[in-house]
Design a protein. Structure first.
Length: 175
């Protein structure tokens, strides 16, 4: 009997702060959705965002996408790492430092995963305006499966004026 491939709804954060940042993000999204394994369901606006944690670097361009995928979580993680490497990302010299492309799994359905290579929900998503604002663009009522709060509620609780998020003026159409 053949295995049944089930589609899973997954939210992914997309970001870049080196080179043509918007083009890097668009290229990452295109590579992710180029095969039959994943399709784009929704996308946020793109934002200029201030760096967090390691602040001595250029601002980022960030967005979030919702995809449907048949890939299991660790297979998807390997796919994201492969895309990042193909786009020119090398081992990070500085944690939270500059990067050509950053693709992070934020949510995979309402699953909670604690594995050596992968933690879902993303362990810092509830502290990041550059993650929560794009997710709110897609659906502000998404519930964090561990914290039990919506992404809109989590966003409203962040009191950090250093986390700046500014919509890009010219938004590309993804859908």
């Amino acid at each position: 009997m053949a295995a049944v491939m089930t589609d899973h709804a997954v939210f992914i954060s997309v970001g870049s702060n080196l080179g043509d940042k918007l083009d890097n993000c668009l290229g990452g999204i295109a590579a992710l959705t180029a095969s039959a394994e994943s399709s784009l369901l929704a996308a946020s606006r793109f934002f200029r965002t201030s760096p967090v944690d390691y602040t001595d670097q250029d601002w980022f361009v960030n967005a979030a996408v919702k995809i449907s995928t048949t890939m299991a979580p660790l297979v998807l993680l390997d796919k994201l790492v492969s895309i990042q490497q193909r786009m020119g990302r090398r081992a990070d010299a500085v944690r939270f430092g500059p990067r050509v492309l950053d693709l992070d799994i934020l949510l995979y359905e309402d699953w909670v995963i604690r594995a050596p290579r992968l933690t879902i929900p993303h362990p810092r998503m509830h502290k990041r305006v550059f993650v929560l604002q794009p997710m709110c663009d897609i659906n502000p009522s998404i519930v964090h499966p561990v914290l039990g709060q919506t992404v809109a509620d989590l966003l409203s609780r962040i009191d950090d004026e250093d986390q700046r998020v500014i919509p890009l003026k010219n938004q590309p159409a993804l859908l």
